[in-house]
Design a protein around this ligand. Sequence first.
Ligand SMILES: Nc1ncnc2c1ncn2[C@@H]1O[C@H](COP(=O)(O)OP(=O)(O)O)[C@@H](O)[C@H]1O
Ligand SMILES: CC(=O)N[C@@H](CCC(=O)OP(=O)(O)O)C(=O)O
Length: 283
Amino acid sequence: MNETQIQKADVLLEALPYMQGFRGCTFLIKVGGSAMEDPAVVDTFLKDVVFLEAVGINPVIVHGGGKAISKAMKDSGLEAKFINGMRVTDEETIKIVEQTLARVINPEIVNKINAFGGKAVGVPGTEVFTGDKMKGDLGWVGEVNDCRLGLIQAAVAGEFVPVVSPVARELASGKTLNVNADLAACALATRLKATKLIFLSDVRGVMRDPKDDSTLIPSLDPAGIESLKKEGIISGGMIPKVDSSLESLRGGVGKVHLIDGRIPHALILEIFTDVGIGTEIHL
Ligand SMILES: Nc1ncnc2c1ncn2[C@@H]1O[C@H](COP(=O)(O)OP(=O)(O)O)[C@@H](O)[C@H]1O
Ligand SMILES: CC(=O)N[C@@H](CCC(=O)OP(=O)(O)O)C(=O)O
């Protein structure tokens, strides 16, 4: 038995208190389209998810797919337009959104988890989220007004990881609404009273200068968020993340973390070690 082998046992034991503490807890993991560009990166992330499931945590995934949707629109000769981080979604666009999420992104995640020895089930967001059209000239864009937990709870009870897409059903019309995946994730995390809500994106966390990793802000509260928004330091896609994170914390979610999905095993590092990577948002 050499020293390296013994160190491996030490590493496993370091995770023991976290495993004991988190058994049976629900972690809502939102994976953004930006963190899903590189298949090798997606693989390491999904192996981490299988690991969480194996140690008794209940991971629930809400995925994005913004980049893939924009590419599919371009391939169809459509130009992607955003207002305050929300995609302007006309009749043609909502079809592309639905197809890209249901036929490309969602099955990729589900199939990979299954291939890595976990059990996952795809759940269309329209079966979970009901929504209303958002104000403004956004077209078929919705905000979530309620979450139906039946399919999620059944999946978790059967030890399946539910993989949910960011679309909602407008009850009055029966139509599908495009929902920003950060907002969908927060709504579901709140409804599930998740122990943790973790965003995986393509940045280290909230930063003073997104191009300079050394400017990572490890911890943020509502006042800090407000002043960074005023200064224009928090902008674009980061705005819905931080705003909806605060809403989730106020609604009973235990902790919110923003981490870099491109760092191999970012999820395991965040959950099972003291090193806390990324930004933690708290009240
Ligand atoms: N202060 C900030 N710190 C880090 N990223 C920021 C900040 N302000 C704006 N951003 C932008 O937010 C993006 C993450 O949001 P988004 O593109 O919507 O990601 P996702 O697809 O993961 O939801 C980053 O790539 C970055 O361009
Ligand atoms: C209304 C709205 O903007 N919906 C988003 C849904 C996907 C998403 O949010 O994907 P990311 O998490 O990868 O950004 C969109 O159409 O891009």
